[in-house]
Design a protein around this ligand. Sequence first.
Ligand code: PDD
Length: 301
Amino acid sequence: MIYSVSINGVLTDPKQASVSIFDHGFLFGDSVYEVVRTIHGRIFAFEPHIDRLFSSAQQIGLEIPWSREDLRKDVVALLKHSQLEEEAYVRLILTRGVGELNIDPSSCRAPQIILIAKALPRLPASAYTDGIVLSLVNTKRNSKHATNPGIKSGNYLNNVLALMEARKNKALEAVMLNENGFITECTTSNVFLVKDSKILTPSLECGLLAGVTRKLVLSRARAEGLTVEEGFFKPEDLVAVDEAFITSTTRDVVPVSRIDDRSLGVVPGPVTKRVAALYQDEVKKHLDKDCPLPHLAEKTQ
Ligand code: PDD
């Protein structure tokens, strides 16, 4: 994999790119991050992602010493430098910075912003035609009263454990419950269920990341008159569903063919198919408003 990196706005050879072992992001997972992508030479939905980065930082009491515009410029510069012609994945990582070897963040004077770009990793095309397998795992999503899952923090260990469990169960993604037994989300995606043509997804109250894709899917589905419910769902609800799908920035809308032992019917089901098409239309509408990246402008016209 070819990577491009910038650290605090300075383009850096990925082989030389490093952070201090005293950065609290490394020591304690004291960091926040975002993942954005490009589509047809444009950075897709940069604003909501950057808003979420600022919100995550604010919720861990970390002041970002860069403006939204600074960050956009840095991402554009990195993408230009990367020479990537295909769609790109860009990770923005904001760490607490270098401090003393104890958890107290007050010794950390300067946050670091690290940007990493690579070609967008894609699921095989069969995932979209045949669906993927989910597993309901024992590892619980963090309580929203602990490290709130609404914060996209650099501490994903809980999700790492959940994914390991899913992989043991031969599933691509893990469905996690909260401590009260309600379904929350997957390790790096949001989850949706369909029952009697109604689209169901866990309420943000359950403790989960407010996905950018989730929000676009929900608002467009509502605008089209589809019935949508953000609610509280238990594992027994999974038994009765007709369809399921997951959403994320890097994967869009992906149908689910099986949840552990329970195979779903037609995949993708009619509602999932409709939602996936509506989402693609929504993406197109957004892209029409966005400027192409200057270095790709000619190619995308
Ligand atoms: N993951 N839930 C979790 C826990 C996530 O990490 C993500 C995103 C999502 C989907 O959010 P969005 O639609 O804004 O991408 C839900 C990113 C893609 C990642 O970590 O790679």
